[in-house]
Every structure is written in structure tokens, then in C-alpha cells.
Design a protein around this ligand. Structure first.
Ligand code: PMP
Length: 400
């Protein structure tokens, strides 16, 4: 057979021009990307080590420091989704054999536990029902019992719709010589969060929720305490006694690429997703323009407006404690007698609008409505309520 003859023909499907559907993205993410951010992402690609790119990365770093309310030098965006940042956090903080404690009140604590287990950590979890959260006493007692080096907590539990209180937990962790790791993928920009003041040692987020950037980049920051690592005497500047299990996510390398290690030369580590960084920079610029506090307040007010509308329709909110309701993602008790899948499909088909069902422990129990960043408006709420009303009218109600 001639080497020049291809046996796999060009696929017919690729001859069709692709146009993405226009859709209201009111599920738990990704959210709609506004034209200004799409336009930034469509700028010409430059090199990942070009000086202009390094400047963009420096702008992104400042934007993340603002969004996280931190002065941490070790603040970057990882190339990848929220899961990539989760692994980056865990892989750079834990070695095989060390103890990790995860707080499980939804799927994210379960995922964090699995990641830590895969690198050979000794993992324990505290577990509460979907829709619940932990008291400081419960956390204190579990830390005293298990003595982990790292404690994982989700700020915005997008699978259950709970925003976890954070005040005081950092101090409790430090009392037990434990680092405090927080997931704010679904809450950053939508609910108050103060990395430095709340004693958070590692914090990560995602680009596709309140920031309204495309999925694929994930802010992350490590505290000075973590970097100096009072507890294990390992430090990036001394080249990590702790050797990350992942080359790609090794903060020794990433810190250099992001100019955080004080070294004059930047060394190629990977080709950054240039266009995604343009978009991320623009999304952080928008958040900075609007102001964090305004953004927090708007998300709260819009969520409360949604809660009121949902209850007025005779539906129930899944999270009973008002203060624990996550302003970005609202969980509604799946309407009794209906098949939740029929509701979400009906709304997608007839209203061109995404809301979703549950995830992990909340599957079958809830509908989830995410209104994040530019989607957080009363006009969006009105659209969601109208779609829900319509679905309840036309979807099949079982007679049992
Ligand atoms: N943590 C939370 C709280 C999330 O809501 C999500 C995304 N749904 C993730 C982590 C994972 O992010 P990604 O899907 O971008 O990997």
C-alpha cells in the first residue's frame, strides 16, 4: 500500500459550517459570555512568552488578587478548568501518606477526597446531608481527631445550593497546624469572600461562572503561610521538598512562568491558552470596574427576588436556612409528581433556556438555577419564572 494514500476520508460532518446556538445559560455554569469578553478572546494570538503576554498575566494576577481579596504573591491562573485548580491545590499541598480532611456537604468534598486518595493521602471526611453545612465546633473536633495537614471546604456548594460560613475556620485550622483549602468556583464574585482576612491558605475558582469567561482557566492563590510552610518546612524557593505528583501542575514551575518566584528568567513550562487568558483578563477587568461589593450585593438581591418568585409559585427552596442560600446557584425542591428531566428538557426546547437537575447527592431532588455575573438580573429571574410556570402547566404530572 502506498504510504501516500489515506484510508480515512475527510469527515463529511466537518463540511458543515458551525454556528453555536444562542441560549440563556441559567444553569450552574458555564454562564453566558458577554460580547466584550468574546471579543477579547477573538484578538490575534501572540506568543505565550511575549512581553505583552507576560503583562497580561501580570494583569490577571492583580485581578485575581482583587477578586480573592488577597495580597498573596503566589497567585496565578492555571490552564484548565476548576478541576485542574483542585488538583493543583491538593497536589502542591499534600504528599503520599499525609492526612487530608474533607468536608462533604455535596459533590465537591467527595471529589476532593478522591483526588487526595489517588495521590496516596490518608483521607477522612466529615459528612452532612445535602443542603446542610458544618459548625465550627464540628470542624474543630474533626481536626483534633484526624490531625490532617490539609482541610478542604467548599464555599459555594453548587450541587446543593449552600454557601458555607467561613469566618473563624482559618484560625481553627491553624490552631491544629493544618492548611485551609477552599473551593470558590461557584461563589467568587457572587458572595462575600476575603482570602487573607479569613485565613484561607489555598483558594481556587473557575472562569465560567460569575466571571462570565469561557471555561478553561482557573484562578488559584497560595498564602505566604503555605509558601513558607511553617508546618512542613517545604518552600517553593528552596525547590520543594514536596515534589508535586503532577509535572503540569507543579507550582515550582508555574510560579516561575507567572513571575512569582523572583527569578529573572522565565522558563517555558507549557503553552498557555493565550486566547483564554485574553478573555479571563477582560472578565476580571469587568469585575474590577463593577466593584466586588456591588457584585456581591446584586447577586444577593437577585437571588432573593428569585426565591420570592419561586415560593409564590408554590414551589419550595431546597436550603431551609436563609443565610445558607448560595446567591449564585439556587436549588429548588424538584416539583412533586413531575419528572425533573421533562421540566429541564421542556424549558430548553421551548424557552431556549438552560436550568439543570441535581448533581451527586442532590440528583433527583432539585432543580438548579444559576444566575451569575451578567446573568444576575431581575430580567433573567422573570424569564426563569415564566419558563418554570409554563413547564409546570405543560409537563406531565403523574397521577400517583
Ligand atoms: N467546584 C465547584 C463548586 C463547581 O461548581 C465546579 C463546576 N461545576 C467545580 C468545582 C469544577 O469546575 P470545572 O467544571 O470547571 O472543572
Amino acid at each position: 500500500l502506498a504510504m501516500s494514500s489515506v484510508s480515512v476520508p475527510p469527515p463529511k460532518c466537518l463540511q458543515k459550517t458551525f454556528v453555536a446556538p444562542r441560549r440563556h445559560m441559567f444553569g450552574p455554569g458555564p454562564s453566558n459570555v458577554p460580547p466584550r469578553i468574546l471579543a477579547a478572546g477573538a484578538e490575534p494570538v501572540i506568543g505565550h512568552m511575549h512581553p505583552e503576554m507576560l503583562e497580561i498575566m501580570s494583569d490577571i494576577k492583580s485581578g485575581i488578587q482583587y477578586a480573592f481579596q488577597t495580597e498573596n504573591n503566589m497567585t496565578i491562573a492555571v490552564s484548565g478548568t476548576g478541576h485542574t485548580a483542585m488538583e493543583c491545590a491538593i497536589f502542591n499541598a499534600v504528599e503520599p501518606g499525609e492526612g487530608v480532611l474533607t468536608a462533604v456537604n455535596g459533590i465537591w468534598g467527595e471529589r476532593a477526597a478522591e483526588m487526595a486518595e489517588r495521590i496516596g493521602a490518608k483521607v477522612n471526611s466529615i459528612v452532612t446531608t445535602a443542603g446542610g453545612y458544618f459548625t465550627s465546633e464540628e470542624i474543630d473536633q474533626a481536626l483534633a481527631k484526624h490531625k490532617p495537614v490539609l482541610f478542604f471546604l467548599t464555599h459555594g456548594e453548587s450541587s446543593t445550593g449552600v454557601v458555607h460560613p467561613l469566618d473563624g475556620i482559618g484560625d481553627i485550622c491553624h490552631k491544629h497546624n493544618c492548611l485551609f483549602l477552599v473551593d470558590c468556583v461557584a461563589s467568587m464574585g457572587g458572595a462575600p469572600l476575603y482570602m487573607d482576612k479569613q485565613g484561607i491558605d489555598i483558594l481556587y475558582s473557575g472562569s465560567q461562572k460569575v466571571l462570565n469567561a469561557p471555561p478553561g482557566t482557573a484562578p488559584i492563590s497560595f498564602s505566604e503561610r503555605k509558601c513558607k510552610n511553617n508546618y512542613k518546612n517545604t518552600c517553593w524557593n528552596t525547590y520543594f521538598l514536596l515534589l508535586s505528583m503532577s509535572f503540569f501542575l507543579d507550582m515550582t514551575w508555574l510560579a516561575n512562568y507567572w513571575g512569582c518566584d523572583g527569578k529573572p528568567a522565565r522558563i517555558y513550562h507549557h503553552t498557555a491558552p493565550v486566547s483564554a487568558f485574553y478573555a479571563l483578563r477582560e472578565s476580571l477587568a469587568i469585575l474590577a470596574e463593577q466593584g466586588l461589593e456591588n457584585s456581591w450585593q446584586r447577586h444577593r438581591e437577585v437571588a432573593e427576588y428569585l426565591h420570592e418568585g419561586v415560593e409564590n409559585m408554590g414551589l419550595k427552596l431546597f436550603v431551609k436556612d436563609k443565610n445558607a442560600r448560595l446567591p449564585t446557584v439556587t436549588t429548588i425542591v424538584a416539583p412533586p409528581g413531575y419528572d425533573w428531566k421533562e421540566i429541564t428538557s421542556y424549558i430548553m426546547k421551548n424557552h431556549n433556556l438552560e436550568i439543570s437537575g441535581g448533581l451527586g447527592p442532590s440528583v433527583g431532588q432539585v432543580l438548579r438555577v444559576g444566575l451569575m455575573g451578567g446573568n444576575s438580573s431581575k430580567a433573567s429571574v422573570d424569564m426563569v419564572l415564566e419558563a418554570l410556570r409554563d413547564a409546570l402547566r405543560y409537563c406531565h404530572k403523574s397521577k400517583v
